[in-house]
Design a protein around this ligand. Structure first.
Ligand SMILES: Cc1ncc(COP(=O)(O)O)c(C=O)c1O
Length: 392
């Protein structure tokens, strides 16, 4: 199989791409000359093996109702065992079209309207959306900024657990937007506190496969079976292999009662039928995607190094947060002393890039922007030239 060329620029316009075609609808931006560096999907073709598997499935030509088959689950279990040294049981898996819909169902299942769900700010904006739109409250445990990256504030966490007794904590690991990978000790401390107050931890591990060479991913499931009654994990091949629009995710729920309740919810919403193409793509990705992913991770690490150095030399007011995973750059723009609206206007008018504004990640994101580094290097060069123009 030929080597992937991540430098290749592929025009994504007019493909229904949220990132490229819908800036007006999602960001209310009508400018047509902006480089989109916002949504978390990358601008690379998925592995050739995946394209070939999809192509043969399409040639078959019949797309009736389908179910996830044993081949899919076996490929997923082998992947977690190979890549993460994690032994998962077939029974623990439940499949649904996306992580966000699954999280929303779990919020409905495990909390009551008016109750709170803890998130660690800055937090992924869809977390806040599914919490508030399901009539629950966001309880923020703000992360602490430090020179080694963001840290969990356990004192504050304990205070809010004690005060609100929330049924759920929604963890993001690796963390969007900061790129932190929580280590074993950090996870353990969090689990001990949550268990003490009867709070279930849902760990969104959608970014688990995109780890930088100096980072290490630890799943909440690595901590052992004694925590199983209190944890649920969400994963997907979608972020790893760029399959987001095909819609596929796994919810790994070791506790049989929680799992049965989740499956009942899926049935109650008619969510127990699946897209056959997503299964074909994800199975091939899990079976044959290792080499491609290793190369992607190298490219993303080079992208990050390149971007950090270019920022340091051409955009000195901007500070990049130390990350261990994801392809997201969480950039501190507070040195400019601008309010977020002015910053956004300058990014549009002078830098000509569409970014995710930090304030959409809650109060902790004010003065920050999130840039997607999952793109050909040429786009990073354009982004740096744009950012360098901001203060001229
Ligand atoms: C932490 C996190 N969870 C979930 C999602 C989206 O998952 P899905 O498309 O499967 O609903 C994203 C996408 O960026 C994400 O960053």
């Amino acid at each position: 199989m030929e080597s992937p060329d991540f430098n290749q620029i592929i025009d994504r316009h007019n493909t229904g791409s949220v990132k490229w075609d819908f800036l007006d609808r999602y960001l209310h931006l009508n400018e047509t000359d902006l480089l989109p560096m916002w949504v978390s999907d990358f601008d690379f073709q998925c592995p050739k093996e995946v394209l070939q598997a999809l192509s043969s499935r399409i040639d078959h030509g019949i797309f009736g109702y389908s179910e996830r088959d044993d081949l899919y689950y076996q490929a997923a279990m082998d992947w977690f065992s190979r890549r993460h040294k994690l032994t998962l049981h077939r029974d623990w898996f439940t499949s649904i079209e996306g992580v966000i819909p699954g999280l929303a169902l779990l919020i409905q299942m495990l909390s009551k309207p008016g109750e709170g769900v803890i998130v660690q700010g800055p937090y992924y904006s869809s977390f806040a959306k599914i919490i508030t739109m399901n009539s629950r409250a966001v309880i923020e445990n703000p992360l602490l900024e430090s020179s080694e990256g963001y840290k969990i504030d356990y004192d504050h966490l304990e205070r809010i657990l004690e005060q609100h007794r929330p049924p759920l904590l929604l963890l993001c690991n690796p963390h969007n937007p900061t790129g932190r990978c929580w280590d074993r000790d950090e996870l353990l401390q969090l689990l001990i506190l949550c268990k003490r107050y009867g709070t279930t931890v849902i760990s969104d591990e959608i970014w688990a496969d995109l780890i930088l060479p100096w980072g290490k991913f630890t799943s909440i499931l690595h901590l052992g079976s004694e925590w199983h009654s209190h944890v649920i994990t969400a994963t997907s091949a979608s972020k790893t292999f760029g399959l987001a629009s095909l819609r596929i995710a796994n919810f790994i729920i070791p506790d049989p009662t929680l799992r049965q309740a989740f499956n009942d919810r899926l049935n109650a919403h008619g969510l127990d039928v699946f897209n056959s193409l997503s299964m074909t793509a994800a199975t091939a990705a899990y079976q044959y995607g290792d080499t491609w992913l290793d190369k992607l991770q190298d490219y993303l690490a080079e992208n990050r190094d390149w971007f950090e150095q270019a920022l340091a030399s051409s955009v000195p007011w901007c500070r990049m947060t130390k990350a261990e995973g994801t392809y997201l750059a969480w950039l501190d723009c507070r040195n400019l002393g601008l309010d977020d609206n002015t910053l956004q206007q300058l990014l549009i008018q002078k830098a000509k890039i569409a970014v995710s504004m930090g304030y959409s990640f809650g109060d902790r994101g004010k003065g920050f922007i999130r840039i997607n580094l999952g793109c050909p290097r040429q786009y990073l060069k354009e982004a740096i030239s744009g950012l360098a123009q901001l203060t001229t």
